[in-house]
Design a protein around this ligand. Structure first.
Ligand SMILES: [Mn+2]
Length: 423
């Protein structure tokens, strides 16, 4: 039997809401996962049970961007050293956030003997062979041959980073990967979608471990990682068991207030104060009618009740200041008015698709950057971006645009993104 921790989307270095404390939280969450792996060794040895994990599998986006700062790099190195000292291997692939044009950070950790970069050759732990599939932009997936070297282990798992079917926002077909792969996988361990979920595709277990800290306010569920056990049944066939382990992360308090006519900031403050806000990130969302609310007044109330920080989004504000006689805005449906205005602007199809993606309320913030990356990547492939002469250079700029767009959505109090973000 082989037992592994499957984690990913750690996003170390993300200074969410421009908060140094939040940045530390992302590193803390990684350390908590590593601690669990290390602790499982001593618990397993002490009790003689086989609770010990045999490896930590990382499915990409260990770092939030390709240029992590020194404190984050040193923090990760120190955690990996502790893991190595406990004789637990760290096997990983490269995600879209941290990918560089040449050598990856993961290669440095590998050179230091602290990690193994998974790929087309098997890395065998216990009686399971692990393979890797780094994130590949959509426009280059047709070139993939899914050619993996054979193994003689009892079970095999593919570790990948991307938005795969049958999960929401997918643009990468799991059935195709499994059909074309030269190795028969018993499990596919994924990163990229920050929502933990498990499904079966053609008899293969496919699972996302979820992010380990909330990288956007859409990630309301508790954070954690997967504990995956590979075994075999009486007939000798491989079995896969996926379980969730939750992590003790920064408290988030979500306060959704629908104001009635005549209600205002007092009502919002009253709703906010009903929660325990100690050290919490407080995310306030205002809908309905009522009087104008100054976000600063709500934020002050949250901070004085012990919150780490507060973000207030007044969904009634969109289009609220627009001069109705000038643009004929229908206040009942500001989104429709914005759509109308965007149509009039005569943007290119790519710009329009980007705009739709960024404002798509059904698309979680955490997926916006991935979508934007795919769209820009496709535009580059089609040659429809004017100055994308060098596809490699364009890649680098795209990644910055993604981050800016995502930051704008995550961080900007009014959730506005201008098209400058994509240039
Ligand atoms: Mn991610």
């Amino acid at each position: 039997m082989t037992r592994v921790i499957h984690t990913g989307d750690t996003h170390v270095g993300y200074r969410q809401y421009h908060s140094p404390e939040r940045r530390q939280d992302f590193l803390d969450a990684f350390e908590a996962v590593i601690d669990d792996a290390v602790d499982s060794q001593s618990t397993g040895n002490r009790t003689g049970s086989d609770d010990a994990v045999d490896a930590v599998i990382h499915a990409g986006d260990l770092f939030h961007d390709r240029r992590p700062d020194l404190p984050d790099l040193l923090g990760v190195l120190s955690a990996l050293r502790r893991l190595a000292a406990a004789d637990v291997p760290f096997l990983a692939v490269v995600g879209n956030h941290e990918a560089t044009r040449g050598e990856q950070w993961l290669d440095l950790f590998s050179d230091l003997g602290l990690a193994t970069r998974l790929g087309a050759e098997p890395t065998v732990v216990g009686d399971t062979a692990f393979y890797g599939l780094d994130h590949v932009p959509r426009s280059r997936r047709d070139e993939l041959d899914y050619d993996f070297a054979p193994h003689d282990a009892d079970a095999a798992a593919l570790v990948g980073h991307g938005l795969f079917t049958p999960f929401p926002h997918a643009d990468w077909d799991t059935e195709t990967v499994l059909d074309e792969a030269t190795v028969d996988f018993d499990a596919v361990l994924l990163g990229d979608n920050h929502v933990a979920d498990t499904a079966r595709v053609d008899g293969t277990w496919v699972t996302y471990c979820g992010s380990t800290e909330r990288a956007s306010a859409d990630e309301r569920d508790a954070r954690g990682y997967n504990l995956v056990e590979f075994g075999s049944d009486a007939g000798g066939d491989a079995t896969v068991d996926v379980r969730r382990r939750s992590l003790d992360t920064r408290p988030f308090v979500f306060v959704d207030v629908e104001l009635a006519a005549g209600e205002g900031v007092d009502r919002v403050r009253e709703q906010v104060r009903q929660h325990d806000l100690t050290d919490a990130v407080v995310v306030v969302s205002i809908t309905g009618e009522g009087d104008p609310v100054t976000p600063a007044a709500v934020e002050e109330a949250a901070l004085s009740a012990g919150a780490l920080l507060a973000r207030v989004t007044d969904h009634r504000a969109v289009g609220g200041d627009t001069d109705a006689t000038d643009t004929d805005v229908e206040f009942g449906d500001p989104d429709a008015a914005v759509r109308e205005r965007v149509r009039e602007m005569d943007l290119s199809p790519t710009a329009r698709r980007l705009d739709e993606t960024v404002r798509d309320g059904a698309l979680p913030d955490s997926n916006v950057r991935d979508r934007v990356a795919s769209l820009v990547d496709d535009a580059v492939a089609e040659g429809s971006l004017a100055d994308a002469a060098d596809a490699e250079d364009a890649d680098a700029e795209d990644a910055d645009a993604e981050t800016n767009a995502a930051d704008a959505r995550n961080g900007a109090p009014d959730d506005q993104v201008s098209m400058e973000d994509f240039q």
